[in-house]
Design a binder for this molecule. Sequence first.
Ligand code: TYD
Length: 210
Amino acid sequence: MKRGKFIVIEGGDGSGKTTLLKSVGEVFPLKKFRLTREPGGTPLSEIIRGVMLSDEARRASAETQFCLAWAARAHHLQNLVVPALESGVHVISDRFDSSTFAFQVHGQEAPHLEGLFREIRRIYLGRYAPDMYIFLHVSPKVGMRRTAGRVGERNHFDRRKFEFHQKVTEGYLDFFKKINPPHVIIDASKSLEEVKRNFHQALCNIIGRK
Ligand code: TYD
């Protein structure tokens, strides 16, 4: 059986990520896909997600969050992603290791974790590194303007100030430059229609038309 493709979607607040993920079913038959998220995806990893995003973890160091993220990721990969890929199903993950690089190494200012990030990435992901990362790129200024007034749950990362989100955005770009996995960067400051078209095109290029 042909292995499914492993695709990661990344994008900050106001990039349209949530809307676009919901639109995947419009273009592709859903049964061929497994949509999942990080931190989370399996019951155990969802518990770790609860810990990472809890108010208690508001002041947790980059070292703490880094290890929680990788612990959740190992379980998610071993118990959901790999079995799905091996049964021929495509997996689309809302966030993955690029978020750890952006949020912990850059946002939380821990450049000394970069070497460990590379090493743990190599060992934990092994043959299952994503086939494609799609990054919905929007400046935090535009993103924040779009989400102003939006009601809904906001975790302690969302509530951080502008400078933090600026570092996170730079972190994503640094990840694509330094780690250089297969990736597409989509300009998400354009209209949602246009971003959606580019997003669906990127998916089609990876897995073909329905
Ligand atoms: P979520 O509500 O899913 O954010 P969004 O709706 O913006 O996708 O919350 C996930 C949060 O976890 C997000 O603020 C980023 C953070 N995160 C990390 O800090 N490190 C990680 O490795 C991952 C995967 C996420």
